[in-house]
Design a protein around this ligand. Structure first.
Ligand code: SF4
Length: 716
């Protein structure tokens, strides 16, 4: 193979040894077989984390990896600007396992331009530090003056420090170069920073980059805080070389030609993530704004406002407080005018901005806040109550309340202290375990919140979440739910019939599935081998194409396209001209198929299962919270949950799959078949020696054996 620096890789990995404030440079070659991102990060974690039995990411022995892919910094559509963060997480229940998070923006591309494929962070700095990376120059600086600052202010201060000409950003000399030297750049450093929440080891703390790119899940802000790491700044002036740049650009133009919407005539019914014509922000417009995107994205799902408040938030984070504002406005018209959209959105963006500033995971609030409100109304939360709090929930929905609420979590005080080590941990300590078991607190897997797609209905989401390590947050099948729900709400006939849709999708999942049965989400079929194989495809796709090659979840996988013209409803995934593998091959010079990538994803998930086994995972822990088996799902975004189902006569239709629960025994049987299909031991869920050897993961065998985590005999 040719020099990897001509094939998308930077060629070097940086290992920051925080305990001694030293660093080493590791050649990337050994890790190229993992692709990048999640796979590369997992392999680096395996090599550099000496004690893989840790069960809390805030343990000093934890290792965190920030990993890019060959596609980062290139023109690959919606894959040039994502970045994967892996390591042992915190805040999960019953224990915190090795997990992952992902952020967009400029960080990953800047790492590549600076010459780094990944950054491995180990140990704990004796005092707070920030790290300056400028091409190959790496320097540690004291962060004592930054400690106590939020993530926006930290970045602003570092921009000031790094602006060595003190003229505002323009042409900047690179360090060590003088005036007139060629070492100048107009690039602005990409900075990732934590807030006060991370410093206080608050498990809902993330890492923020630029205005609104946050690593939401996993509590990696607290992991950095536990390591006394306040920020990393990266400035690069190099480039990423692709093996076949012309092929890359051809495919990019082609994908736009086929899928890009006409922004003058947005077609909201053409819901398909490659072509959604608007920023995915739900609170509405209240002032001038323009679109904002991660490096290389063909669409740009975010926006920046002329006010600068709420910049770059998208999706749920853009409107997590909105419903409370409207409810409050109804009761307090003297304070908030329900008809004044500008005022409502201004408060909503203010709430979103607070979460950016403090780098807080808004998804935890999505289900925790209604539960807390419920405790207030039940008389269990308040001054001197079972859940002691100074917060006045009668003010929930106001600007003042959201400030106090976010500050409680950012500064780990009041309820922020009670739930600082994880919501379910707090719930149990406070004697409210029943609320967790019965679903009053809607946290179905690993002690974290449901995403809006309940596992009792949207089983692929639930199965993939519980069979891995976190809310899977991956929308390729979920597009269908949104698409059909919107048609149903509007009383329209869907553009694609259920019959056609299931065939379109099944075609994309070959050879994992051999027909459309996998798309029958009726109660009779959700434990079938067909759905099991769809779940395996989903996990493997995620682990390679999405989390390792770093195709953005909001655009890929693209399994169908519901446009209204006659260009067809084929999605881009796996397409010989515009599929994921086309970009991968153009950049890396490889010649792999979409299925080859899935096989790589399989290898990654098996290695992760080995890590989870060392961390105490056993199949007995792999189950949903009790309410998922005991109570039917009755309340979602809409009063129905539309999906494809097949009726008794074998006819496909769109049907409501909402009002049901999962069957514990059938799910246990599903798990057994999943473990067998994945080459994991069905009694424990641990990888077997045979599977490890087959996948060339022999290096894991001794460590598993040493800890008594290698199943005694191969599964059958
Ligand atoms: S769709 Fe949004 S999050 Fe994804 S790469 Fe594009 S701008 Fe970034």
């Amino acid at each position: 193979m040719s020099d990897i620096t001509n094939r998308g890789y930077a060629g070097k990995i940086l290992h920051l040894k925080l305990s001694t404030l030293e660093y080493e440079v590791i050649p990337t070659e050994k890790y190229v077989e993992w692709g990048g991102g999640n796979g590369m990060g997992t392999a680096l974690y395996w090599d550099f984390c000496e004690d893989k039995t840790i069960q809390d990411g805030r343990d000093e022995k934890n290792v965190v990896v920030i990993a890019t892919s060959p596609l980062c910094g290139t023109a690959t559509p919606s894959a040039g600007g994502r970045c994967e963060i892996v390591g042992t997480a915190c805040g999960l229940y019953p224990e915190s396992f090795f997990s992952r998070s992902n952020i967009g923006g400029r960080l990953s591309s800047m790492m590549k331009y600076a010459g780094w494929d990944a950054i491995v962070i180990s140990g704990k700095a004796p005092k707070p530090v920030w790290v300056e990376i400028q091409n190959s120059l790496v320097r540690y600086h004291s962060a004592e003056a930054l400690w106590g600052k939020d993530a926006h202010e930290t970045q602003l201060r570092l921009f000031g420090i790094l602006d060595r000409k003190n003229e505002g950003w323009g042409w900047q000399p690179l360090p060590g170069k003088g005036a007139g030297d060629s070492g100048y750049t107009t690039q602005i450093p990409a900075i990732a920073a934590i807030s006060q929440a991370g410093e206080r080891l608050q498990t809902m703390a993330g890492i923020l980059h630029d205005a609104g790119n946050i690593s939401g899940q996993g509590g990696f802000g607290a992991v950095w805080g536990s390591k006394n790491l306040k920020a990393i700044s990266v400035l690069g002036t190099g480039a990423v070389k692709a093996a076949d740049p012309a092929a890359l650009i051809r495919a990019r133009f082609k994908v736009k030609e086929r899928y890009a919407p006409d922004v003058q005539k947005p077609d909201l019914l053409a819901w398909s993530f490659l072509s959604y014509p608007k920023p995915i922000a739900f609170a509405g417009d209240y002032d001038q704004s323009r679109r904002s995107a991660c490096v290389g994205c063909v669409m740009g799902c975010r926006q920046r406002f002329s006010t600068g408040v709420g910049n770059q938030v998208k999706c749920q984070a853009s409107a997590w407080y909105l419903a409370y504002i409207k409810k409050y406005a109804k009761k307090h018209p003297e304070e908030i005018d329900l008809n004044n959209e500008k005022q409502i959105v201004e408060i909503s963006n203010y709430a979103a901005d607070l979460c950016n500033r403090y780098a807080l995971n808004t998804y935890l609030f999505q289900h925790a806040l209604p539960w807390l409100e419920g405790l207030w109304h039940r008389g269990l939360l308040g001054k001197g109550k079972q859940v002691p709090s100074e917060l006045d929930f009668d003010k929930l929905g106001s600007k003042a309340f959201v400030k106090e609420f976010c500050e409680a979590f950012a500064f780990r005080k009041d309820i922020g202290a009670l739930f600082g080590d994880g919501f379910v941990h707090g719930v149990i300590k406070l004697g409210l375990e029943e609320d967790y078991k019965n679903g009053t607190l809607d946290f179905p897997y690993w002690g974290i919140q449901e995403h809006g797609y309940d596992p009792r209905a949207e089983v692929e989401w639930g199965y993939a979440s519980i069979l891995t390590d976190r809310d899977v947050n991956s929308h390729e099948f979920n597009q269908l739910y949104w698409n059909i729900s919107i048609y149903t709400l509007m009383g329209l006939k869907p553009r694609i019939s259920a019959e056609k849709l299931v065939h379109l999708i099944a075609e994309k999942l070959k050879p994992y599935v051999d027909g459309p049965e996998c798309m029958d989400f009726s109660e009779e079929n959700i434990y079938s081998d067909a759905v099991l194989n769809l779940t395996r495809w989903y996990i493997h796709y995620n682990r390679f194409w999405k989390n390792s090659a770093l195709f953005c979840d909001l655009r890929w996988a693209n399994l169908f396209h519901s446009r209204g013209d006659d260009a067809g409803n084929e999605g881009a995934t796996g397409d010989p001209e515009v599929g994921e593998q086309v970009y991968w091959n153009a950049v890396t010079g490889e010649n792999i198929s979409i299925v080859d990538g899935l096989k790589r994803g399989y290898r990654v998930i098996v290695l992760q299962n080995a890590i989870w086994a060392l961390q105490g995972r056993h199949r007995d822990k792999v189950h949903f919270a009790d309410f998922i088996y005991e109570k039917p799902f009755e309340k979602g975004e809409f009063p129905f949950y539309m999906w494809t189902v097949r009726d008794k006569e074998g006819k496909w239709r769109y049907g409501d799959i909402m009002h049901r629960k999962l069957d514990r025994e059938k799910f246990e049987d599903f798990k057994t078949r999943y473990y067998l299909a994945e080459g994991l031991d069905p009694k424990t869920g641990w990888p077997t020696e045979e599977t490890l050897k087959k996948l060339k993961l022999d290096f894991a065998i001794d460590e598993l054996k040493e800890h008594g985590k290698l199943p005694e005999s191969n599964a059958s």
